[in-house]
Ligand binder design. Structure first.
Ligand SMILES: Nc1nc2c(ncn2[C@@H]2O[C@H](COP(=O)(O)OP(=O)(O)OP(=O)(O)O)[C@@H](O)[C@H]2O)c(=O)[nH]1
Length: 324
């Protein structure tokens, strides 16, 4: 039901990681899912969390937070392992934020300490894709970011992002559009057919999260400092070759095109002044050496868990469901 495009492999990767449960230091990663209403964000998050599709997703009221448990570190043969590092447990928070207009004024409350952004659009609704630039600008302008990049991506967004095209099953291969029967979809299609949609800039769709490793790549970038040589808490710059064109993209591509390259090493850092959106950011406690992360004093967003995965049972007592 949900077309993850390249994101599908990330789900499988997460499932594999869940088989390896080691009680260790626990840290968190905060990722926002955005945005347009009805494009399938909740369905996508459910698929990532549970590994199965959901028939009737509830409409998101404000914001829903899901927590995914995963482990990362040295296990010997894993390609994702970091030599010399013990396996550690991570909680990845997926903040599913409603794109509905009625939450416009309070959305920025949820743009806090963001590590990455998953933009979701509906392949059968072109407008949902072209509006992603607007969402990127909104997050960049009102959010705070964890381990921001030196240069902003689309809209000034200073963290890695990924774009996922959803509803491939109703998007016509020949360019004619199908319909999910969803009222919002039907309305959007009608508006599009009337030619009422303004043309707008689209987010570049050429790459993935750092190293193409999906959510695990964000964990690696944020917490495993041997891949962040010389990192400062304020500025990082990642330079990688351009990848093949796809529905997946990241700010790294933008950085690659807009800034001078540092040869060879995929993870190099420039010391640059913080972006406007970073000025209110408390520096992360440390990026190197690895330490268990403590919650900053100014981190007031409540923590929640609503996954039924037995792997995070131990965390349940500390968290609560949210549907703000
Ligand atoms: N045909 C089809 N329908 C889908 C797909 N993914 C989601 N849907 C349907 O699209 C509708 C909206 O899905 P949601 O997951 O609630 O979308 P959302 O982006 O979270 O919407 P809000 O909660 O309003 O922000 C639901 O009726 C889903 O069943 C898909 O891949 N294919």
């Amino acid at each position: 039901m949900v077309d993850l495009l390249l994101g599908r492999s990330e789900c499988l990767l997460l499932e594999i990681q869940l088989l390896k449960i080691v009680v260790n230091s626990i840290v968190e990663l905060h990722i926002n899912c955005n945005f347009c209403s009805g494009v399938g964000k909740t369905s996508l998050v459910h698929l990532i969390m549970k590994g199965s599709s959901i028939a009737r997703p509830p409409q998101t009221v404000g914001c829903t937070v899901d927590v995914k448990h995963t482990t990362y570190g040295s296990t010997g043969s894993s390609s994702s392992s970091i030599k010399g590092d013990a396996e550690r447990d991570f909680f990845v928070e997926l903040w599913d934020i409603s794109g509905h207009d009625r939450y416009k004024d309070c959305r920025s409350l949820f743009y806090s300490q963001i590590n990455g952004v998953m933009f979701v659009h509906d392949l059968s609704q072109r407008r949902t894709k072209t509006s992603l630039q607007k969402w990127a600008a909104e997050i960049a302008a009102t959010g705070t970011f964890s381990a921001p990049l030196a240069s902003g991506g689309p809209g000034g967004l200073p963290v890695p992002y990924i774009v996922i095209g959803n509803k491939a099953d109703i998007a016509s291969k020949e360019g004619t559009r199908g319909s999910s029967g969803n009222l919002v979809d039907v309305a959007r299609q009608w508006v599009e057919k009337q030619g009422l949609l303004p043309s707008s800039e689209e987010i570049p769709l050429t790459e993935s999260f750092p190293g193409g490793g999906g959510l695990l790549a964000l964990i690696r970038r944020r917490y495993f400092s041997d891949e962040l040589p010389g990192a400062t808490p304020w500025s990082t710059q990642v330079n990688r070759p351009l990848g093949q064109s796809s529905e997946i993209s990241s700010d790294e591509d933008h950085l690659y095109k807009s800034s001078s390259l540092i040869g060879g090493d995929p993870y190099k850092y420039n010391v640059l002044p913080p972006l406007p959106a970073q000025r209110n950011l408390t520096p992360p406690p440390t990026l190197y050496p690895q330490q268990p992360m403590s919650t900053p004093d100014n981190y007031n967003i409540p923590r929640f868990a609503l996954t039924s995965s037995q792997e995070i049972t131990s965390a349940r007592s500390k968290r609560m469901d949210i549907n703000v």
